[in-house]
Design a protein around this ligand. Structure first.
Ligand SMILES: *Cc1c(COP(=O)(O)O)cnc(C)c1O
Length: 361
C-alpha cells in the first residue's frame, strides 16, 4: 500500500497465477495447464534463422501474418478480417471487457459468468467497472443453459470447456444462448477447446451471429504459453471495436518474433494434431487410474482434470505432492476446496503422479 496509489489501485484484487518454480528447480509441474509437448519444430527453425536486425523495426500492428494463419485454418467459416490478435488471450479478454462491457456498473447492465470459472473474469470486471453476476453451477458442476437465456441486459462470458471444472457445453447450447441474447456480446473463451473429443469450436457459429466473440490461445494447445499470443474471432465490426481500444492503449502488443512463431505454429496442423491426440489419450488413462485409486474425476474436455480424492483431504494431498516435487493446483475456495486441478503431463509424469499418490494410500 502506498499513498500514491489511487483509490482503484488500492481496492484491486489481482489475479493470482499458479506458482512457477524457480529456474533450475526440478519439479513435475502439473499446476498451470501448460502443454507437456514441445511446440512445432517450425518455430525452432524460425528462431534459428531470425535476422536480429529486424528488431530495429516495430512489428505489424494487427499481427497480420497471424490473422492470415487463423483465417486459413478456419477458412470454411471466417477470413483474416474476423481475427484480432493480442498479447495472450488474457489481454484479448481484457480488451473485450473494455470494448464491450466497460462502465456497465453505471447502468443496469451486467455480465453473467458461472460462479466457478476462470478467475480473471472478476478481476477484469473490477478493473473496468463491470457488474458481474456469478451464476450458480448445478451441483454436478454443469452449466444450466437456461440461466443465460432471457436476460436482455446482460453480456455473457463462458469458458468452454469451463475451468477449473473441465466440463464442456455443446455448440447447440451456445447457439441457444446466442439466440436468446441478440443485443449483447457473448464471449466464449476456448482456451481448452482443442482438447474436446471430438473437436468442435464456436468459430463455426461466427458467420451466423454478430454478437459472438470466440477467444483462443496459443498457450495451451500449441505449447506456446511463453510466447504470449492469443486471438479473438468475431464479426468484423466487433473486431474493429477491439482494434480501436487496442490502438488507444498499445498499438504493438505482439512482437515480431512472436508473430512469426505463432503463424508458423498455426500452419503446422500435423504437430498440433499429434500433440492433442497424445494428450487426450493420457488424460483418459489418468482419469481411469485416478478413479481406480479412489478419486471422483469430472468428465474432462480439457488438458487438465478436476479430481476429488475420497480418501484424504485435497489440501493435504496437495501439500504431500508438493513435498514430493509434484505441483498441482489447489483452490481453497468454497464449493471447490475438496478438489485438485491436475494438468495432464507426459505419460511418465502422470505415472509418477499416480505412484506418488498410491504411496500415500
Ligand atoms: C489459460 C487461460 C487463458 C489465458 O491464456 P493466455 O493466452 O496464456 O493469456 C484464458 N482463459 C482461460 C479459461 C484460461 O485457462
Amino acid at each position: 500500500m502506498s499513498k500514491f496509489w489511487n483509490k482503484k489501485t488500492q481496492e484491486l484484487l489481482p489475479y493470482v497465477a499458479g506458482e512457477q518454480p524457480k529456474d533450475g528447480v526440478k519439479v513435475i509441474k502439473l499446476n498451470t495447464n501448460e502443454n507437456p509437448y514441445a511446440p512445432s519444430p517450425k518455430c525452432e527453425e524460425i528462431l534459428k534463422n531470425f535476422d536480429i536486425s529486424e528488431l530495429r523495426l516495430y512489428p505489424n500492428t494487427d499481427s497480420q501474418i497471424v490473422r492470415d494463419a487463423v483465417g486459413r485454418k478456419y477458412s470454411d467459416y471466417i477470413s483474416a478480417k474476423n481475427v484480432f490478435v493480442g498479447n495472450g488471450s488474457d489481454e484479448v479478454l481484457a480488451l473485450c471487457w473494455q470494448a464491450f462491457f466497460e462502465e456497465f456498473t453505471k447502468t443496469d447492465l451486467k455480465v453473467l459468468t458461472p460462479n466457478i470459472s476462470y478467475s480473471f473474469y472478476p478481476v477484469y470486471s473490477q478493473l473496468y467497472d463491470v457488474a458481474l453476476e456469478r451464476v450458480q453451477l448445478n451441483s454436478d458442476f454443469t452449466i444450466n443453459i437456461d440461466d443465460y437465456c432471457g436476460r436482455p441486459n446482460a453480456g455473457i462470458a463462458i469458458a468452454n470447456p469451463n475451468a477449473p471444472t473441465s466440463i464442456a457445453i455443446s455448440l447447440d447450447d451456445i447457439e441457444k444462448i446466442l439466440k436468446a441474447n441478440p443485443d449483447k456480446v457473448v464471449i466464449i473463451d476456448e482456451a481448452y477447446a482443442a482438447f474436446k473429443d471430438p473437436f468442435e469450436t464456436a468459430i463455426t457459429l461466427v458467420p451466423k451471429y454478430d454478437n459472438l466473440v470466440v477467444v483462443q490461445t496459443m498457450s495451451k494447445s500449441y505449447g506456446l504459453a511463453g510466447l504470449r499470443v492469443g486471438y479473438a474471432v468475431a464479426n468484423e465490426e466487433l473486431i474493429d471495436g477491439l482494434m480501436r481500444v487496442r490502438d488507444s492503449f498499445n498499438s504493438y502488443p505482439v512482437d515480431r518474433i512472436a508473430q512469426k512463431l505463432a503463424a508458423a505454429a498455426i500452419d503446422d496442423d500435423e504437430n498440433y494434431e499429434k500433440n492433442r491426440v497424445a494428450l487426450i489419450k493420457t488424460r483418459e488413462w489418468s482419469t481411469k487410474k485416478l478413479r481406480e485409486i479412489g478419486f471422483t474425476v469430472l468428465e474432462s474436455s480439457a488438458n487438465f482434470i478436476f479430481a476429488k480424492p475420497n480418501f484424504i483431504e485435497a489440501s493435504k494431498l496437495y501439500e504431500i505432492l508438493k513435498a514430493k516435487g509434484i505441483l498441482v493446483r489447489y483452490f481453497s475456495k468454497k464449493d471447490i476446496n475438496e478438489y485438485l486441478r491436475i494438468t495432464i503431463g507426459t505419460d511418465e509424469e502422470m505415472e509418477a503422479l499416480i505412484k506418488a499418490i498410491e504411496e500415500e494410500k
